[in-house]
Design a binder for this molecule. Structure first.
Ligand code: SPD
Length: 270
């Protein structure tokens, strides 16, 4: 995924290492970055900075939507996205679809501060393929969030146009999608492809970039499409009590995340 690039974190102990039906799952205790979840050799999260990604992938679409009640999350077996969605009182139901139940099990055992997302009574867990799941849904969700791994291995199908068409069909009128959108520095071809697919399918499209120091390149994108609402400004105010639970997302960060460097703006112009 990152030719010529290596990122080193000092490991103190391997807490889990096993191949599931779908991928190699490794969980490490690092010296300076807390626990680290690695799938097929690729860092998914560290306790040090997981909040940046989980907060933005969840709160950008949830705050862009005026009334997010029914939510679908595809991928993200660690539970971090569910934890963030759970902070929204307006949300009534959260369908969660993950292909690899071993990731959920490992997160529940080793990453309780993320897997607490599964304790929310609004969450219904479906183990299976996200593409198949979404293709059986029509007019069902206000917000769909795709917390995928990268476009190799089990996540590959989640970066293709038929999947995005399925996401669109599964949305209610005025619905919003937000998907893991790789990095404007490291994966320009993927970013252009994803933004292009979203632009073709959705009347409103936007791409946000956020900082994640322990991802190669230090940043990752969120690709968003909307059937109505503006994406780059929150549609609702954040309460003081919710704001104080967060570390990265603020209404200012919401707008700022969509401000891209000139080369990325040009790249994403279509
Ligand atoms: N390049 C790694 C992208 C990982 C995205 N998913 C992370 C899962 C955190 N919930």
């Amino acid at each position: 995924m990152w030719p010529g690039v290596a990122l080193s974190l000092e490991i103190m102990e391997t807490l889990y290492s096993k191949k599931s039906k779908f991928q190699q799952i490794d969980l490490y205790q690092t010296r300076h970055h807390g626990k680290m979840l690695v799938l097929d050799g690729i860092i998914q999260l560290t306790e040090f900075d997981e909040f940046t990604y989980q907060e933005m992938l969840a709160h950008l679409p949830l705050f862009a939507h005026p009334e997010p009640k029914n939510i679908l999350v595809i991928g993200g077996g660690d539970g971090g996205i569910l934890r963030e969605i759970g902070r929204h009182d307006l949300v009534e139901n959260i369908d969660f679809c993950e292909i690899d139940e071993d990731v959920i099990r490992v997160a529940k055992e080793f990453l309780p501060e993320l897997a607490c997302g599964f304790d929310d009574s609004r969450v219904v867990v479906h183990i299976g393929d996200g593409n198949t799941f979404v293709n059986n849904k029509t007019n069902a969700y206000d917000v769909i969030i795709v917390d995928s791994s990268d476009p190799i291995g089990p996540g590959e199908v989640l970066f293709q146009k038929p999947f995005y068409q399925g996401l669109k069909n599964a949305l209610k009128p005025g619905g919003i999608i937000a998907t893991q959108g790789e990095s404007v520095f490291m994966h320009q071809a993927w970013v252009v492809t994803l933004a292009g697919i979203t632009r073709e399918l959705f009347p409103v499209q936007a791409y946000a970039s956020i900082q994640v120091p322990t991802y190669p390149g230090g940043s990752i994108g969120i690709c968003m499409g909307s059937l109505g609402p503006d994406l780059i400004r929150p549609a609702r105010q954040i309460s003081h009590s919710l704001q104080t639970q967060l570390k990265y997302y603020t209404p200012k960060m919401h707008a700022a995340a969509f401000v891209l460097p000139y080369f990325a703006e040009q790249m994403l112009k279509g």
